[in-house]
Ligand binder design. Structure first.
Ligand code: GLY
Ligand code: MN
Ligand code: MN
Length: 463
């Protein structure tokens, strides 16, 4: 946990942004796996962690924007719990750790909320993403489940997004720790990428590293020699010489700050010339993205500039044709990169997406495009110092997509479909992903950069 004044300050800044009413932050509960007492790894709600810091189930945090009072609702453990769990702090002890003055048993929360409701005070909540929280909230208010959504507050969403978007120095220290674990995971993946190894042997080892050095993975591992499938969670293939292994993985620290990196390496340790040609286009793309990332520019423009680097490289190889600028304007490059350049990262690997992707990544000025590819960009708005985001271009050969575009003659003037289908159908995909902090003047990669050039990757795989 951070020092208590970090949480006091965050709540005070939220109070300054909100005009009235009360905000309720329900912490998460344990979620059952296959029978009630066999639970998934507990994950606290990230906004609860941000404002109330406590990484335990069954808590509620409440801020009254009119009186300024803050409350922690929760039940003290009984001797029956302590027999199984060991000695536990009281709710009062927990509240003191995060600078909250008032504590109440959890069953007082319903009364508090219903009184507020009866007085027609606004109860602000963030969007729900777990069914049990909807049930809990509607039971507390004695309303129907479908009415819970009515309490989701755009004012609260916007205020929380504004605060959480700017990472402070304590958060950046945590992100650097997460990056260090991610570094170990990725270097391990490169070293293990030998013919005959089953993907799950690597995936399991990487997850073990995340657990050994922190809380867990920041998202389920994407690791496959079929890297053209963007989120490939199947890990049953046996690695073969001549294939590319794409590893997209990251760790959460014990404080739940994330890393999220992707590297692609040649099974067996040596890139072929054909692989190098595509790899270096993606590498130029990620490096160009970094060179453009600074306060004041929109990430949508960075995405489009990186797309031009990819289109130019693919045109030089004869896979695309025509003017790369025109191709990008028409969205032709998106057949090779159907996703966005990146997303915010912090307490969530896709930070705050439970609050609504467009509240996090877009605003009045920059609206999400409807064009295939660009519409997948999760962060488009103007960058500010303190933003933490990913830069993750890729080039993928997805035969079904190519065949569909060819059949429908989509962007036919910019793509050499036959060359793509005849020569690259079994190529796979390449993605490279770094985590970036926007600084006052530009940006920096968080932590030590994971080996990325052809030479660095081959050297790491050899060593
Ligand atoms: N966690 C998948 C990605 O956004 O890179
Ligand atoms: Mn990733
Ligand atoms: Mn990512």
């Amino acid at each position: 946990m951070f020092r208590k004044d970090v949480y006091i300050d965050r709540r005070n800044r939220l109070k300054n942004k909100m005009k009235g009413g009360i905000a309720l932050f329900l912490g998460n509960k344990e979620a059952s796996f296959n029978y009630p007492d066999n639970t998934y790894h507990f994950r606290q709600d990230s906004s609860f962690l941000y404002f109330f810091g406590l990484d335990l189930p069954n808590l509620g945090g409440l801020i009254d924007f009119e009186t300024g009072k803050e409350y922690l609702f929760g039940n003290d453990f009984t001797i029956d719990d302590i027999i199984w769990m060991g000695k536990q702090p009281t709710i009062k002890d927990l509240a003191i750790q995060v600078g909250v003055e008032n504590t109440e048993p959890f069953n007082h929360l319903g009364n508090y909320l219903r009184n507020a409701n009866n007085q027609e005070r606004i109860i602000h909540v963030l969007p729900f993403y777990r069914g049990d929280t909807v049930i809990q909230f509607s039971n507390l208010l004695e309303i129907g489940h479908t009415e819970a959504e009515n309490y989701v507050s755009v004012d609260l969403i916007k205020a929380v997004v504004e605060l959480r978007s700017i990472k402070d120095k304590f958060e950046i220290e945590e992100l650097i720790k997460a990056a260090a674990v991610g570094y170990k995971m990725h270097v391990t993946s490169m070293k293990m990428a030998k013919p005959g190894v089953i993907e799950q042997e690597i995936a399991g080892t990487l997850e073990g590293i995340s657990l050994a050095y922190g809380a867990s993975l920041s998202f389920p591992i994407i690791l496959s020699q079929n890297g053209e499938t963007l989120h490939n969670h199947y890990h049953g293939n046996i690695l073969e010489t001549g294939r590319l292994l794409l590893t997209d993985t990251g760790a959460e620290t014990n404080m739940h700050y994330a890393s999220d990196n992707t590297r692609t390496c040649p099974v067996g340790g040596k890139f072929s010339q054909k692989q190098k040609d595509i790899y270096n286009i993606v590498l130029n793309g990620i490096n160009h993205g970094i060179s453009l990332t600074k306060p004041g520019v929109t990430y949508q423009s960075v995405h489009l500039e990186v797309a031009k680097v990819l289109a130019k490289g693919l045109t030089e190889l004869g896979l695309m044709k025509g003017n790369p600028e025109d191709a990008v304007r028409e969205g032709a490059h998106a057949m090779f990169m159907p996703h966005g350049l990146g997303h915010m990262m912090g307490l969530d690997v896709h930070d705050m997406e439970n609050l609504g992707e467009d509240y996090v990544g877009y605003d009045q000025e920059i609206r999400r495009s409807t064009q295939f590819g660009l519409r997948g960009l999760r962060l488009g708005r103007r960058l500010q110092p303190g933003f933490v985001l990913t830069n993750e271009p890729g080039i993928y050969f997805i035969p079904d997509l190519v065949k569909k575009w060819k059949a429908e003659k989509i962007n036919a003037s910019f793509i050499n479909y036959d060359k793509v289908l005849n020569e690259y159908s079994d190529f796979g995909g390449i993605r490279l992903e770094d985590d970036i902090l926007v600084t006052e003047t530009g940006c920096q990669i968080i932590g030590k950069r994971i080996p990325i050039t052809v030479e660095e990757v081959e050297e790491t795989m050899r060593s």
